[in-house]
Design a binder for this molecule. Sequence first.
Ligand code: SF4
Length: 622
Amino acid sequence: MEPGFRLLVIDLGASSASTQVVPPSYVEHYLGGVGLVVRLLWDYCPPGADPLGPDNPLVFATGAMAGTLVPTSSKHAVAAKSPLTGFVGDSLSGGPWSLAFRRTGYSAIVVQGMAPTPTYVFIDDDTVHFRPATHLWGRGSYETEQLIRKELGDSAVRVSSIGPAGENKVRYACIGNDGTRQAGRTGLGAVMGSKRLKAIAVRGTRAVQVANHDRLVQVSIDLLKRGQGPATEKYRILGTVGNVLSLNRLGALPTNNFQRSTFPGAEAVSGEYLYQRYFRNTSACPACPIACQHNYRVTEGEYQGTRAQLDYESLFALGPLNGIASLPPILRAAQLCDELGLDTISTGVALAWAAECYQRGVLDEVDRGALHPAFGDYEALLRMLPRIATRSGLGDLLAEGVKRASASVGQGSEHWAMHAKGLELPGYEPRTLKTLALGLATGTRGGCHNRSAAYDVDMSGTVDRFRGEVGRGPLAAETEDLAATLDSLILCKFIRRCFDDLYAESARLFSLTTGLNSDAKELRRAGQRVVNLKKAFNIREGWTHQDDTLPPRLFSDPLPDGVGQGVSLGREELELMIADYYQARGWTAQGLIPEKKLRELGMGDIAAQLREVHDGHRRHNL
Ligand code: SF4
């Protein structure tokens, strides 16, 4: 990155800020974005920190190319120790906030401590202001943005904020920016709320310096053109909601809390029908030729006036997973989640878990007087959302996430608590997508399809997706390395098919921007480093091999429907793939990283610090 890649360190307890320079080796080794936020998390988060305590830092960073013409690069990453998993929590968002933040001249922020009263931070190029936010506490994300812009008297100010869910430390609260964008997963909004930090407003007016401007513009324009071609058509026309019918056909659309793999109401909630009936327009992150964000509006009926963006994951979680076959309430639920600051995936999975509890007579009327969640009952679902965000009645239990909620309720409800490492599962059926099952089980941030795109392997047609076998380990690791590279550069994954040679061409873009020498081989190693760094963080925080697993339902309940009828996931089948994956990574049979492996990757400092923590534990246990 250009000399002086600057880091802003904020101490909320002292209302102070200082500027530091990111060590150049961090950028060389971890690129930026997710790689950089996790590297800074490693430095600033003391081992064993309480995720909702003042010691847990909240870290933001853009990629090196943010603010340039490079398509899909104006995004940012956020990280903290996750209150949902207790392991590494990282998430991505994009939009004008990312661009404005980069234009302040900073590329990363570490927020430490806890404010004595609700506060928002305004970064005005070089100057940092701490402002009271008591009047904003309790407001939704969108309203907060509007009020801050009005207060600062500048419509160009961009705001990243939490809603009531973050304030109330809902363990899957998200951080929203620019109205409809979220750093959604792993509960980073709860970390922000625990610090009483309502928002980070930015006004950036500086040009972003790059190493070779003219050549970077040429290469970017070429990529912009490719970004408007057939490789991105799916995202431009229907968006990811187009997955509903294809996953339904593949027996991979989780329905009624993963009790089924096909949804009888799929046509009624399909991307095609959504487009035909409710589509309004598309919008895009800065410098993006794809514009995958589809905006919808309900113009009549009970939910008239609803406006929302919807992607496949939100649609699956608030629709089929909860047995809901009507689009207007799904759109309304998505809009409410955005306003309240709730991650749609975890929210949908928590509600589906509760619906199954009631179905099986497990959960009594905890929330007397309220409609309890039931499959297909969209009024109950909508009524529960504010209750989760404010931790009222049953909402307080669901705000803990399904891992903790099921441990508290017991009565066998852990069987249908659909999570990995505490993070609620995304919208793909692991019993019919066995490589994905491996990716979900071993993923460092838990049940996530975005950090391991192992479903790409299953969909490729080159493997038997109904069978887990040796050979999937290296394939899953490859998709994970690729995701880590893209998330650190940052380039949006939706542009990945526009490259002839993704690693080589991305390395070129990175070099033209930063002036650092890079090539395909070095970029691959950077992706591996990021994955190993995240794993090292988890090991430091107490990860063991037992954490790499999936919910009991997947092992013992064969699918009752679809092309995968009768299929389940064998424990031995998963263990076989996990062993293969550890081997592909060069890890031990127990999934630990040998020091030698870290040193090979140029991570000797991490190896030494990990050893210190282990030695400390050993001494403590003597
Ligand atoms: S494809 Fe979508 S998410 Fe990706 S950069 Fe473009 S608008 Fe943003």
